[in-house]
Design a protein around this ligand. Structure first.
Ligand code: ADP
Length: 238
């Protein structure tokens, strides 16, 4: 399994941000992790990426336990956090070289990898710019390149299209689909169209519990739209 989560729980005081959730992702899957605000999506992703520890339960990435084999698990993961934190004063290449160096890449291998990613995410025309000169859509491409610099098996993308304009949205979704051909991808979102355009499967979480884990085909079997399915499962309008 690329990702395996078993009975994962995270408590903040008396509140359970996630409550004994379990799911598995096989290699090559692109899965949408859906839920209203506060459902527990970011909490789950932060545990997977080793940023916070679960209160109980287990999570493995690429077979490595995120608690006891943290370094190996982190090597297997590319993470694009919510709001895509970047060093705005850095040049694109400088930033990507820095990100690559943190994973031990150096010399010609590092330069080649940065050039490869700039091409893959479509930053050729912008490549000599500083990050603060870029539009939000292009910054998102830098964030995706950063996440993939060490060629991880698994990509974890936390609301990767939030705040993008309609053209940028389409382009970034296309890009995620493209890069997802060779990786396992879990992406959180509260946008239905996003799931329908990128994912084959959706895991829906509400109030810290998983309320559905199905292929999009199965979810829509009743003839309802994804919006209706979501409303029925979560009691929340999307
Ligand atoms: P989502 O990403 O689905 O919007 P989160 O995982 O961010 O949801 O949050 C799940 C719940 O946990 C929310 O009720 C949120 O307020 C709570 N929460 C998240 N982080 C903290 C924290 N550091 N301290 C206390 N409560 C938190």
């Amino acid at each position: 399994m690329s990702i395996s989560i078993q009975n994962l729980t995270k408590e903040y005081g008396s509140q359970k941000a996630i409550d004994s959730i379990s799911f598995d992702l096989s290699p090559g899957e692109i899965v949408g992790f859906l839920g209203p605000n506060g459902a527990g999506k970011s909490t789950t992703m932060k545990i997977l990426t080793g940023y916070i520890k679960a209160t109980s339960g287990e999570a493995t990435v690429n077979g490595f336990n995120v608690n006891s084999e943290t370094i190996e698990a982190k090597r297997s993961i590319g993470y694009l956090p919510e709001h895509n934190p970047l060093y705005l004063e850095m040049y694109i290449k400088e930033f990507l070289e820095y990100a690559g160096s943190l994973y031990g890449l150096k010399g010609k291998a590092l330069k080649n990898r940065v050039a490869e990613l700039i091409e893959l995410v479509g930053l050729q025309r912008e490549q000599h710019k500083k990050i603060d000169q870029l539009s939000k859509g292009y910054r998102q491409r830098v964030g995706l390149a950063q996440a993939m610099i060490h060629d991880p098996e698994v990509l974890i993308l936390d609301e990767p299209t939030t705040g993008l304009d309609p053209n940028q949205l389409v382009e970034i979704r296309q890009l995620i689909k493209e890069v997802g051909k060779n990786k396992t991808v879990i992406l959180s979102t509260h946008i239905m169209q996003e799931v329908e355009s990128i994912c084959e499967r959706a895991i829906i979480i509400n109030l810290g519990k998983i309320v559905a884990d199905k292929s999009l085909h199965e979810l829509k079997e009743s003839g309802q739209s994804m919006e209706e399915v979501f409303r029925n499962l979560t009691g929340t309008q999307i």
